[in-house]
Design a protein around this ligand. Sequence first.
Ligand code: 6R9
Length: 653
Amino acid sequence: MSTESLSHGHPTFPPDPALTAQANGTEAMYAAAADDHEGFWAEQARKYLSWATDFTQTLDWSGAPFASWFVGGELNAAYNCVDRHVEAGHGDRVAIHFEGEPGDSRTITYADLQREVSKAANALESLGVGKGDTVAIYLPMIPEAAIAMLACARIGAPHSVVFGGFSAEALNTRINDAQCKVVITADGGYRRGAPSALKPAVDAALDHADTTVEKVLVVKRTGQDTPWNADRDLWWSDVVDAASEEHTPVPHDAEHPLFILYTSGTTGKPKGIFHTTGGYLTQCAYTNAVVHDVHPESDVYWCTADIGWVTGHSYIVYGPLALGATQVMYEGTPDTPHQGRWWEIIQKYKVTILYTAPTAVRTFMKWGHDIPEKFDLSSLRVLGSVGEPINPEAWLWYRKYIGGDRCPIVDTWWQTETGAIMISPLPGVTTLEPGSAQKPIPGICAEILDDEGMPFAEADKVGYLVLTKPWPAMLRGIWGDPERYKQTYWSRFGEKYYFAGDGAKYDADGNIWLLGRVDDVMNVSGHRLSTAEIESALVSHPAVAEAAVVGASDETTGQAVCAFVIVRSEHADEVAADEKAMIAELRNHVAKEIGPIAKPRTIMIVTELPKTRSGKIMRRLLKDVAEGREIGDVTTLADSSVMGVIKQGLGSD
Ligand code: 6R9
């Protein structure tokens, strides 16, 4: 290990000079952006995008918190992601190596993509979709998902992608809220070795007299029997394949809405976060270049997210395609047909950059390092993490067993609302500190505030993360609800600060540690404790595979720490022999790692944790268990039976 020093008891990793020499990101960018925030972004906008009409003003913040970036500029997002690469002579470059779960594969070059996107754009127009109409996309992870999004972007029809794992009910609310005119779906997709139907959920979602949906375009993926409504449904192959391969991309205003993406808020109603064209695309391309260090001519990039999440929008579709990069797209689950599937894909396509989530890394840790060790992962050169804090143990495992002890890891903090990466180290520039997202990237300004809304710089004091300057990919609002936008993001600490909803602290080196959502910050006897920190302490114990911590109300201490722990299979015998001893050991371990105040009041050993389909632990449900309540709404769980398993295992059902 290239260990320079220890931080938080872990090694840190200085950049490899060979990487520094060729990296897209540089140390000088920090100063350049700090000197001239708008000038810096204007430069990125012109460097990474092709504008049909240049902009006349970089930022108009006079209507704060409603921003306009690159005022007067006009561009077409699909032209930027597809056509211009063909015009530049890269038509033969692979845009997408698609790997289906059953083992089928497709290679799509930029020239292919241009034809496919043009046909789809013509097909949508033939169905009456025009600029400003909204289109819902409910597809598995197949190339048509990217093609459909780009076809919408091309004609200026904002898309609203709904994750294929969402229920008919969730699809219905989202379609109605955005008043979609067309839905693009598939008969089904492959999941865990079997076809899984999608179209029936669309039928159920549209089973209301007042729906705004006129047509449903259905991609044939699995060939399974599909219910059909002849007045409304059309096969993609009939309409798109018959359409012309020529389609002229018309430039749209920089502030024309590109897409809506729903995300859950603190209330039950999902928020339709909307993004516009010029600023969003600028920051996606810039961050994919400097944070993932994508070199389109030589890299093979793979982001394992689903297109239904913001990570899929920004780092499968808009970022890498705007750069003209080659990427892998995989349809299925990591353990189908075997637990080495991802490593097999990396070996097959010689993937150089891998971007995934901590929950996946921890799952692989649980399965054991002997699985990736069977594959050749030597092509990898940069690793990324997103979605939640990555605890140092998972970070170190990721670096060692996937990154061959040589690849830098970028821990990237951002949100659906921020549109693109905000806080992250830069490969080749930053000395990496496992567990910390470290610093705002050049062009981004953040602070940590105390309860009174005062910024501070002290180490180890927990506060609230805020963003202090507008950024190009910022959300432009909540679809149809400007008041909620102001209320949610710009009122907690006044209109000067964007409130991210995350707890954070600095360490002694000034690096930022993200500590989970603020609602996950506990208060035990007046001490602020982060769920993430205690989870990290628990998983640093050799017997623990995964842990989730919640603050349960407690008469004496206000809140008490309550932990749910999955034990590694090698330690199952110890638990069976003496569960109490194991629990005592884990409590002492936390006390040792963080301090006695953090010692969980209760530790429950379980076999599963409740997770959303994007892999986030649903602490709200665990809180219900910890506080002895009826378990609340489980509809957004990836597997709704998990709570039953947990309750049964604890003997409370
Ligand atoms: C991109 C994405 C946003 C929330 C965010 C935070 C958590 C994301 C993180 C992270 C710590 C990171 N989060 N990345 N926490 N370190 N590197 O995940 O968007 O689904 O909107 O979630 O995810 O809590 O506020 P989204």
